[in-house]
Design a protein around this ligand. Sequence first.
Ligand code: C2E
Ligand code: CA
Ligand code: CA
Ligand code: CA
Length: 279
Amino acid sequence: AKDAGKGERRFFDPHMQETISQRLLLEEDIIRGLEAREFGVYFQAQFNSDSQLIGVESLVRWHHPKRGLLSPAAFIDVAEAAGIMSQIDSVVLLRSCEQMAKWTRLPAFSEITVSVNISPAQLYQHGFVEEVLNVVSDTGADPKRLKLELTESMLVTDMQQAIARMRQLKQAGIRFSIDDFGTGYSSLQYLQQLPLDQLKIDQSFVRGLPEDTSSLAIIRAVIAMATSLGLEVIAEGVETEVQRDILLANGCGLYQGYWYAKPLPAEQVEQLDIIDNAT
Ligand code: C2E
Ligand code: CA
Ligand code: CA
Ligand code: CA
């Protein structure tokens, strides 16, 4: 490792100590923020190849009273290390299902899927399956339109446990997507074993378009693999029309990214120009 041998000196590094106390302060602030209900959800719209709205991804945001709107990068690492990420995840799951139930009355939104990010701690937490099923039934959300996003690395932690939990949720109609696909530990064997519905091409590959030929090669391979396994494929981080056109030409089915829409509060997603709100 790059820092090998520096460990002891770092322990007494005043800068490092400051960082530790900052992390502790942030941890306390997150707990306070959870109690004060400062965590909410933004939604990023997803589209098919005809640019019709087909879903949204829920993305957590912290409405901090002093620091303003905070993205997950500002708190996820500390929340995970402190073992409180699953509390944030619970808020996101609840808000997402509540919103899905509300949208059932809005024509352009009545059939859309809602994708929720699941953290490693949450998947393996005792009672996870029950929590998801309870939230779905309490909110009146349609389980068939709930999609859970998992990453490759969290699945290999305890593959048998992960598969068992996914199967239980699958029986209720809930669907699964592999997030950031291509960046983790991929084996074709696990793809076959898991009850999956969707692969999500990581934005790092989309970012390489149009210049980077190896990104394009990987994207093509993922689309071919998804298609032959009967899985949906969605590209994230689509920022330009050129990127969209290349993905389309290579058979990508679904799209998400700033070129279509940024993550927005629910009321603003409803107002997006790209969405046909005519009844
Ligand atoms: P992710 O699941 O890969 O989510 C996509 C991220 O890319 C989001 O950042 C989104 O705002 C951003 N993004 C979307 N379109 C574009 C684009 O066209 N260009 C670029 N450059 N970026 C784009 P965000 O919201 O900051 O979330 C970052 C990560 O935090 C997520 O990555 C996910 O891993 C995690 N996360 C977000 N919300 C939750 C949550 O509720 N629970 C858990 N466990 N993790 C979450
Ligand atoms: Ca995601
Ligand atoms: Ca992703
Ligand atoms: Ca990502």
